[in-house]
Ligand binder design. Sequence first.
Ligand code: SF4
Ligand code: SF4
Length: 257
Amino acid sequence: MDTRFSCTGCGKCCTDHHVPLTLSEARDWAEDGGQLIVLLEAFLDDGEGLHNLKLSHGQQEHARRRSLPVMCGTAAAHVSITFAAYNVGRCRNLGEDNRCAIYAKRPLVCRIYPMEINPHIPLRPEMKDCPTEAWETGPALIHGGLLVDPPLAELIEHSRQADRDDIADKARICNELGIHTAALKGDGFTTYLPDAAAFLAALRRVDALPADAKGLQAAWDLHIPDPQLAQRLAETGAMIAAILADDAMFISLRRAA
Ligand code: SF4
Ligand code: SF4
């Protein structure tokens, strides 16, 4: 059955959603005075952080492609870094009339919603903010399980490619900002709210790095709230952060027992 879609302009997707940004979008967002949030997760090369999520082979490959190989103690790990627009409440660009004030240059993810960027996650309308009527009219979005809008497919591919292209510089910017602690994938995210001026200064320093310094990557550690899991991972050589830095927060993805 086809999935039809027509945006009603309700503005819900622009409210209380941090919007993942490409690196160049993050630069624009900070230069425009917007607040960024940095979200970090990591998994170990031996699969810790992936196996517990019971990810398909395709999902695991996707996670590896958008992450950066780093060292975490003596353990090889992969860190994923998202720079996102910090949208608590209404997005700073959402007008009273629910129109986007930067519509012509809105971020890629805003253009792609409600489609998924992860190729291994099927679109599930019930998981989206769009009202029921948005799925009742408009052209077919999905036909036979496939996206039928070529320009939209191109935007999604662009977003995936930016994820891969940007990851090393994102890690360098984190290094410049003193950020080196990630949560274990599936456990949650460590998050940071960098000052815009500090973020832009870090970005400029990374831009100016000589090519022969670009290959150097800092060591990372993991924030693991569960003491037993922390102990088990430490025994594999993973570096566990003793405490979370004052400017960091942890967003748990675990359900309360
Ligand atoms: S930038 Fe525009 S489209 Fe994107 S979340 Fe903000 S208001 Fe919505
Ligand atoms: S939540 Fe859906 S229907 Fe509402 S503005 Fe966003 S994309 Fe359009």
